[in-house]
Design a protein around this ligand. Structure first.
Ligand SMILES: NC(=O)c1ccc[n+]([C@@H]2O[C@H](COP(=O)([O-])OP(=O)(O)OC[C@H]3O[C@@H](n4cnc5c(N)ncnc54)[C@H](OP(=O)(O)O)[C@@H]3O)[C@@H](O)[C@H]2O)c1
Length: 322
């Protein structure tokens, strides 16, 4: 994500002065988008570059974001990240103290921290504008299908494939993690923007079963019909006024010819859906991040949620202000 983001920034006229990388060994830094960019180790200071903003694409969790983000704020930089757990600064769990401390550090330094990405454009702005055409909302379901074949070997969950539903649960794959779920975090700014308080939350991990025998090249074997070709993390929010909001994050191997997609289904008046095929998650993530640079630089100080920023939009170009 870091490399693609650097390329997109430069294409929009941003002066990228430095790229911070954890390991340099065995990596090729000869790509055109890295020419003129100083390659730095994480412990090098930010101050010498006189930059406006740091984009952080290295992590998902607040524990990993905390130190570089705090360092950036103290060096006078805004921070924009794709760390999934930072999408909802007001989430109450074991990470809350860390989030509050980040908020205090950013406020004290007059800088802004926000997390964007697919969550911002596809799971917040898109359903929010879609719902503006609805007279009565009973239930909204967000469904995102990721193709496991596109993941690296560590992300393929090979050990969880080819199991019956009973085997999936017996082996403990249905157990819910004690960590923030992806939609569990991502749907909260949407619920808040709709003005509907969350009354209860239920998270489940469910097997996704193959509809037919499915040869999977990345696994080097065939997944049999009726056995697992993926899993779904489902979150169901019961909201004020009897409204239900549901998120289905589905990671699966797809049958030949099918691709990843994102869909919103609305039950109410009217009942309707909005589906995006050809869902290029990597491009979408980096483009969403780059298009938000100006909004974060213009925002109030603190650790903010996207519902505290202006509505996201396409930015044809980004120029340095000073
Ligand atoms: N919000 C969204 O829409 C969204 C979408 C996609 C991905 N993500 C998240 O974004 C993160 C990056 O995804 P990815 O696919 O690019 O992962 P990746 O291929 O594993 O890349 C992460 C990179 O960050 C480097 N890194 C780790 N800690 C670092 C540090 N302290 N300082 C500098 N560099 C550091 C790693 O270095 P090494 O080479 O040393 O390991 C690696 O090169 C993941 O956590 C992912 O879950 C979010």
């Amino acid at each position: 994500m870091g490399r693609m983001t650097t390329k997109y920034l430069r294409e929009k006229g941003v002066d990228v002065v430095a790229a911070y990388v954890r390991t340099t060994e065995g990596k090729d830094f000869s790509a055109p988008e890295l020419q003129g960019v100083r390659i730095c180790r994480p412990d090098e200071p930010f101050e010498p570059f006189g930059a406006d903003i740091a984009l952080m694409t290295h992590c998902s969790r607040l524990a990993d974001l905390f130190e570089p983000a705090a360092k950036a704020a103290r060096a006078g930089l805004d921070v924009l990240t794709i760390a999934e757990d930072a999408f909802e600064p007001f989430y109450i769990d074991s990470e809350t103290a860390r989030a509050r401390e980040l908020d205090a550090i950013f406020r004290a330094n007059g800088r802004t921290l926000a997390s964007v990405g697919v969550q911002d454009t596809f799971w917040f702005a898109q359903p929010l504008s879609f719902l503006a055409s609805v007279q009565r909302l009973d239930r909204i379901i967000g469904r995102n299908i990721c193709d496991l074949s596109a993941f690296g070997s560590a992300g393929q969950h090979a050990g969880q494939m080819g199991l019956t539903a009973d085997e999936f649960h017996a082996q403990g794959h249905g157990a819910v993690s004690d960590h923030r779920g992806i939609f569990e975090v991502a749907l909260r700014p949407l619920c808040r923007a709709l003005g509907l308080a969350v009354l209860s939350t239920k998270v489940t991990n469910e097997p996704v079963l193959a509809e037919a025998d499915m040869p999977v090249a990345r696994l080097g074997r065939t997944i049999r019909k009726g056995t697992t070709c993926g899993m779904m993390e489902r979150v169901v929010f019961e909201l004020q006024g009897g409204v239900v909001a549901e998120g289905q994050f589905i990671m699966r191997f797809l049958p030949e010819g099918e691709g990843a997609f994102n869909e919103w289904v609305v039950e109410g008046l009217p009942g309707m859906n909005m589906r995006t095929d050809n869902f290029h998650g990597d491009v979408i993530t980096c483009a969403s991040l780059v298009n938000r640079v100006r909004d974060v630089m213009d925002a109030e100080p603190g650790f903010l949620s996207v519902d505290q920023l202006r509505a996201p939009r396409y930015q044809p170009a980004l120029a340095r202000r000073n």
